[in-house]
Design a binder for this molecule. Structure first.
Ligand SMILES: C[S@@+](CC[C@H](N)C(=O)[O-])C[C@H]1O[C@@H](n2cnc3c(N)ncnc32)[C@H](O)[C@@H]1O
Length: 354
C-alpha cells in the first residue's frame, strides 16, 4: 500500500467524529487516505494545511504532518452525482441538510456508498416549536424516522421527527459528562433541565454512576424515549420527569450541584428556575446560548459571539442576589453562517426567589 506524508489534525478520540464531519463539510478532509488512531488520539488527513482562521473556526489547534496509507481509489459521491451533497447521519438515517437537485439520485448514491444507511430523508422545516423538533420527508429507503444512534459508547433510540437530536453535540456531551464524573467518589445531584432523549443525562449516569440525575423535558415523546434509553444503556440512576420546567422546578428546590441548560435559543429565560434548584452552597451551571456575530471580522466572530453570550448570562444573573464566576466559555458548534452555539460553565452561589 502506498503511503504519503500529509498535513493532518490530531484530536482526542471523543471529538474525532465531530471534527471529521466538520472537516468533510468544509471540504478539507482527504478521503483517499486512511484515518489513523492510537490509544487516545485520531489523526485526520487534510487536503492542505489549514489557515489560522480555519483552525479557529473548526476549533482545532494540533496540526502537523504525518504519514498516511493511501486507499485504493473508491468511487466518490461527487463522481456519482456531480457534486458533494451535505448530509448528517443519525443511526441508520442520512438527512440531507440542504436542498439538492435530483434528490432521489443523490439519496440512492448515499445508500450505495454507505451500506449501513437504510433511510435517506431531507429537512422540510427548521427546528421549531417548544419541542425543538423538525419535519422530514423521506426520499429513499425504508419509511421510518425512528433509529438507534451510537454516541460516546451509549445508544439512543429516537424518532427524528418527534424529538430534538443533534449528533454534532457529541463532543460537548462528552465534555460535560467527563466533568460530572471527575470525582468518582462524590455523590452529586445533576439536573438536566431540557433533557430530550437523554444524551447528557445517560452519559453522565454511565460515567458517574454514584451520582443522581434528574432529567426533565416537556415533550412526552422525548421522555418516553429517555426511559427506553435508560434500559438500553443499563443506567438506572436517572429520574425522568415529563413537564414544563417552569412548573416542575419547585419540586427540586436547593437540590442540584450541577445544572445543564441545553436550550440555546432561550436558556436565559430560565435562569430563575435554575438558580432555585441549585444547592444554597452553590454549584455549576452549563449555560447554552445562540449568538450571531455577523458584524465582527472573520477572525473575531467566535470571540464576539462568546462575549455576547457571557453578557447575556451576566445580565440575567444580575437580577438575583448571586455571586458567579465563569470557568469556561467556548464555541460548541456553528449554527448558521455567522451564528454559533456558545457554551458557558459558570460557578454560581446564591438562589433566586421562588
Ligand atoms: C435543544 S433540545 C436539547 C435536548 C437534549 N439536551 C439533547 O442534547 O439532545 C431542548 C429540549 O428542551 C425541551 N423543552 C423546551 N422547553 C421546555 C420547558 N419549558 N420545560 C422542559 N423542557 C423543555 C424540548 O422538548 C427539547 O427536548
Amino acid at each position: 500500500m502506498k503511503t504519503e506524508n500529509l498535513p493532518c489534525v490530531k484530536v482526542k478520540k471523543s471529538s474525532g467524529e465531530e471534527t471529521r464531519i466538520a472537516l468533510k463539510d468544509h471540504k478539507l478532509l482527504r478521503t483517499d487516505a486512511k484515518i489513523t488512531t492510537n490509544h487516545d488520539f485520531i489523526y485526520l488527513p487534510l487536503i492542505r494545511t489549514l489557515t489560522e482562521s480555519e483552525k479557529l473556526n473548526l476549533d482545532v489547534s494540533d496540526v502537523s504532518t504525518t504519514e498516511f496509507k493511501l486507499l485504493e481509489p473508491r468511487i466518490s459521491i461527487e463522481e456519482l452525482v456531480g457534486f458533494n451533497p451535505s448530509f448528517e447521519i443519525v443511526g441508520d438515517i442520512a438527512v440531507l441538510t440542504e436542498d439538492v437537485a435530483n434528490e432521489t439520485l443523490v439519496a440512492e448514491a448515499i445508500m450505495s456508498l454507505h451500506k449501513s444507511i437504510k433511510v435517506v430523508a431531507k429537512r422540510i422545516s427548521p427546528v421549531e416549536g417548544v419541542f425543538r423538533s423538525r419535519r422530514l420527508k423521506i426520499i429513499a429507503g425504508e419509511h421510518r424516522t425512528e433509529t438507534v444512534h451510537k454516541e460516546n459508547g451509549c445508544r439512543y433510540k429516537l424518532d427524528l421527527e418527534h424529538v430534538y437530536f443533534n449528533p454534532r453535540l457529541a463532543r460537548e456531551r462528552d465534555r460535560v459528562a467527563s466533568l460530572a464524573a471527575r470525582n468518582k467518589n462524590e455523590k452529586k445531584e445533576v439536573i438536566d433541565m431540557f433533557a430530550g432523549v437523554g444524551p447528557f443525562s445517560i452519559q453522565i449516569a454511565k460515567l458517574a454512576p454514584q451520582s443522581h440525575v434528574t432529567a426533565i423535558d416537556i415533550n412526552p415523546v422525548a421522555i418516553s424515549y429517555l426511559r427506553e434509553n435508560m434500559d438500553l444503556n443499563g443506567v438506572h440512576s436517572i429520574e425522568a420527569i415529563e413537564g414544563d420546567i417552569k412548573e416542575v422546578y419547585r419540586a427540586f428546590t436547593n437540590r442540584a450541584d450541577r445544572i445543564i441548560m441545553n436550550l440555546p435559543k432561550s436558556a436565559y429565560l430560565f435562569l430563575a428556575e435554575a438558580l432555585s434548584m441549585l444547592k444554597p452552597e452553590g454549584g455549576i451551571i452549563h449555560f447554552y446560548d445562540l449568538e450571531s456575530a455577523y458584524e465582527a471580522s472573520t477572525e473575531n466572530r467566535v470571540g464576539a459571539a462568546i462575549n455576547k453570550a457571557k453578557q447575556k448570562l451576566a445580565t440575567g444573573l444580575q437580577e438575583y442576589e448571586v455571586q458567579w464566576e465563569i470557568v469556561d466559555a467556548r464555541k460548541v458548534k456553528v449554527y448558521a453562517p455567522y451564528a454559533y452555539i456558545i457554551g458557558i460553565d459558570a460557578k454560581v452561589k446564591g438562589t433566586a426567589p421562588t
